[in-house]
Unconditional design. Structure first.
Length: 491
């Protein structure tokens, strides 16, 4: 029975979408289906009886005869030219890539070979496009075999990104654990792909090059349908992250500035409100005294009432001075708050300077009060005379104000080792321990001082002045025993 009489084989043969050619031991074509005739550009029946080498490129024909004879000597089903790029030749001489599988069978004692031929021109073109895209991509790309977790291919950008010398160097020596800052992240990535119902993941991760240089990368990993290969794309986003962090930092900085500005506005509003409240209370007493004294002076027009007139004039002077002190405190703090106070240093004879301040203070002392002054160290200092005067006057005035009659006040100055130290000690009413943390707060007054005139701004101003001189202020105090203030700043 001839091959043509096999109806089932004929239907399969005629309508197959793969090229099929049957040859005998001598290499002559016995059968060629329509698909292979169209593939090679031959008409129906034109190939029958021709040597199969007619389908082989000229340069390979002689070798193919040896391969053909070898196959008939040891026939078995196998792919042809495994791992090689195979090409075939059309009738017009054009060559094109093919994929060939070989088979064999025996008919009426005659050995026949069958070749299944696939035109892979389109596939090769697509592979070439992919390879071109892969190799010339501007981002790092590599392929990983899932079972072994081994990288089997990498492009030039991948080699550069991770700091390797060549593709061979990368494929031989690449170890993911060397490049993940946190190695557990890689395991998490692979678990997400393999174990979870997903074929792709996207991550932003901090990584490092072979030399330890750190960088941020956006990682895209996608599995093939069989979950046997993972294609990874890594984009260096270090500069983007840096720009983003700088922008976030600027936003935070600007937000902080706005918050601080709002806080300052709020504090200023509170300060103005407290000032109005304080002023309405503190101004009322001296203004009432002034009004009362002026009215009484009009009545004491006779010469014999001279002493009474002097008494009320002194009372007016004291009230005016009190009002002036209140306004000066507020104006001083306002200048400090706005940064309008500038430090102007000059040479100052410390001992002579302090003695001059104490001489001014003598007329403000209460009955029997005494200020003991002692100076140690160098006499000349280089500092801002006005600021030191304000600090000294405020602290000594407080010592006088909060001490009783016949109490002693001690003032010590020391200039040594490039440092100036003031110590002002009194035997006054002291500061309650539970209120000592608030003594430098604006408008704060201790509960045992509420009946003593004052604005609650003095120590706030002193602290700001001390900080302006890069100094520091501290104090110790006990109720009904007294308070000691210590001021230090550089000389």
């Amino acid at each position: 029975m001839s091959i043509e009489s096999e109806a089932g084989f004929r239907a399969l043969f005629e309508y197959a979408t793969i090229g099929i050619v049957v040859i005998n031991r001598e290499g002559q074509i016995e059968l060629a289906n329509p698909c292979i005739q169209n593939m090679f550009g031959y008409t129906n029946g034109e190939l029958i009886g021709k040597p199969v080498e007619i389908l082989i490129p000229d340069a390979l024909r002689s070798r193919h005869i040896d391969h053909r004879e070898s196959y008939f000597a040891r026939p078995k089903a196998r792919p042809m030219g495994y791992g090689l790029n195979l090409f075939a030749r059309k009738k017009d001489g054009a060559e094109f890539p093919v994929e060939i599988s070989l088979g064999h069978y025996q008919l009426d004692s005659e050995k026949l070979a069958v070749a299944f031929v696939t035109d892979i021109t389109i596939r090769k073109a697509n592979e070439e496009k992919y390879l071109n895209l892969f190799e010339n991509s501007l981002v790092a790309m590599f392929l990983t075999e899932i079972n072994s977790l081994k990288v089997i291919d990498v492009n030039e950008m991948g080699i550069r990104l991770f700091g390797y010398k060549s593709k061979d160097d990368f494929l031989k020596n690449f170890k993911p654990v060397q490049h993940f800052i946190r190695p557990e992240e890689r395991e998490t990535n692979m678990e997400s792909l393999v174990e979870q119902d997903t074929n792709e993941i996207t991550r932003e991760q901090e990584m490092q090059k072979l030399d330890g240089t750190r960088f941020w990368a956006k990682i895209f990993v996608k599995l093939n349908n069989e979950k046997s290969l993972a294609q990874t794309v890594a984009i260096d986003i270090t500069e983007t992250r840096r720009a983003q962090e700088e922008l976030e930092s600027k936003v935070e900085e600007r937000t902080l500035e706005l918050t601080q500005s709002l806080d300052r506005e709020k504090q200023l509003g509170e300060m103005k409100s407290r000032f109005v409240s304080m002023a309405s209370h503190e101004f009322r007493t001296p203004l009432s005294a002034i009004l009362s004294s002026v009215s009484l002076i009009d009545r004491y027009s006779e010469p014999e009432n001279e002493e009474k007139r002097k008494k009320h004039i002194e009372r007016i002077k004291s009230s005016v001075q009190n009002l002036t002190d209140i306004l000066n405190d507020f104006l001083s703090l306002d200048k400090l708050e706005q940064g309008k106070v500038e430090v102007e240093k000059e040479l100052v004879d410390m001992k002579e300077f302090v003695e001059g301040i104490l001489e001014e203070m003598n007329e403000n002392l209460k009955e029997g009060q005494k200020i003991n002054y002692d100076h140690e160290g160098e006499n000349e200092i280089f500092q801002d005379r006005k600021i030191i005067r304000s600090i000294m006057l405020n602290l000594v005035s407080n010592a006088v104000k909060y001490s009783g009659e016949n109490d002693e006040i001690t003032l010590k100055t020391n200039v040594a080792d490039h440092q100036i130290t003031f110590t002002v000690k009194d035997q006054g009413i002291g500061i309650p321990s539970e209120e000592q943390n608030h003594m430098f707060t604006k408008f704060f007054r201790a509960k045992n001082a509420l009946n003593i005139k004052g604005t609650g701004l003095g120590l706030t101003i002193v602290k700001r002045y001390v900080e302006l001189l890069d100094g520091e202020i501290s104090f110790t105090s006990s109720m009904d025993t007294g308070t000691t203030f210590i001021v230090k700043f550089p000389h």
